[in-house]
Each structure stands twice: as C-alpha cells, then as structure tokens.
Design a protein around this ligand. Sequence first.
Ligand code: AMP
Length: 214
Amino acid sequence: MRIVLLGAPGAGKGTQAKKLIDKYTIPQISTGDILRKAVADATQLGKEAKGFMDRGELVPDSVVIGMVKERLSQDDCKKGFILDGFPRNTSQAETLDQVLTSMGMPLQVALSVDVDFDVLLKRLTGRRTCKSCGQMYNIYFSKPSKESSCDKCTGELYQRDDDKEETIKKRLDVYRAQTEPLIDYYGKKGILKRVEGIGDIDEIFKKICSILGS
Ligand code: AMP
C-alpha cells in the first residue's frame, strides 16, 4: 500500500497513520516528526527548519524534498509506505510523482481526513504530548488524569511550540492556501478518497479500512 494522508493540522493524520502501520506493517513517513527530531538534535537540518516551524510556515521545498527522497529510497519502503504531512503543496506533489514513477512505485491512494475548522482549533490548542514516551493527550477530548503528567509513564506533558495559538492560525492559513489544492490535484488523478475525521478514533479507522478495501 502506497498512500498519502492529506488533511489539515489536527485532522488526526498521525493517529490514523500509526494504526495503519500496525495493520499493513509498512513505515510511516512523517515529515513533521523527522523535522522535529532534527530540531531536538540541533542538526544542520534542524537549525534550518526551526524558524519556519516556529512561525507555522512551510520549511522550503529544497530541504523537505531531499529528506523524503532519501527516506523513500530505504529498503523498508519497497513494500509500501504512508506519507503523513508530505506533500504540502503542488510543487512537492509533482516532485513526489516524478520520484515515485522513476522508482516504479507510483502512489495508489491519497486519503483526505476531513475535519471542521472549530474542531481543528480545539484539537490543536488542546494537544499535549509526553516528553518521555510520546503518548498524546488532549485537554478537551482525551484528558490525562493529572494535568501535566503522562498516565502511562508519568513523564512530563508539553505543548508543541507550533501548537501555540498564534502559530496555529498561521498553520491553518498555510494549509488552506497551499495544501488544500492537493485535494483537487489527486482528485484529477483519480486516486483521491475522503473520510470524515470526526468521532471515535477506532470508528474512523474502520471507515478508512473499508475505504482502502481491507
Ligand atoms: P506537522 O507535524 O506535519 O504539522 O508539521 C509541523 C511543521 O513542520 C509544519 O508546520 C512545517 O513547518 C513543517 N513541515 C512538515 N512537513 C512539511 C512539508 N512537507 N513541507 C514543508 N514543511 C513541512
């Protein structure tokens, strides 16, 4: 299965991607996760990306495309992959098509996870992540029992820098202007599928599995 997950920040792409990895045993390629790790490790890539990320802007294509090409060329992608957070604009989508065609493994599905704007805002502003184990919570929808510690490992919970309110607005604006047009892009290619991303996580996953035909 070679699939791209589309959807606004907060639509739950990452959560569904994690479930898809388990089901299909294929890797998730999340450009956001790769970039956050590079920032945390203070690598050259991280230093280049940090300012853009903190402002809620897209990191330049030249940086992100190289990163994805390298990841896709690794052996574990031969049996398929889930791209989460890439492509984010038409130029990235066109380059991705070229790269995958030249590798003989074109995309099969672009799945858009659709969520209303108001819900997105609460999901993003309420999101908290455990520093130790990465478990995610939401102070509106899936509260931890204690405000700032993880139920699983008691690690400290934090809010991503780019989940602060002013950055969120920017990220949603960027999504509408640059990423939303990809829905049309993949629609025209005939590989677009859509799922409503509101409600119980497992129910959404069931809908996705039936859309994917499994
Ligand atoms: P995400 O976790 O996917 O919401 O990504 C967090 C941030 O990383 C975004 O707001 C961008 O600054 C950057 N980023 C992630 N993926 C991309 C991409 N494909 N192109 C450009 N910037 C990206």
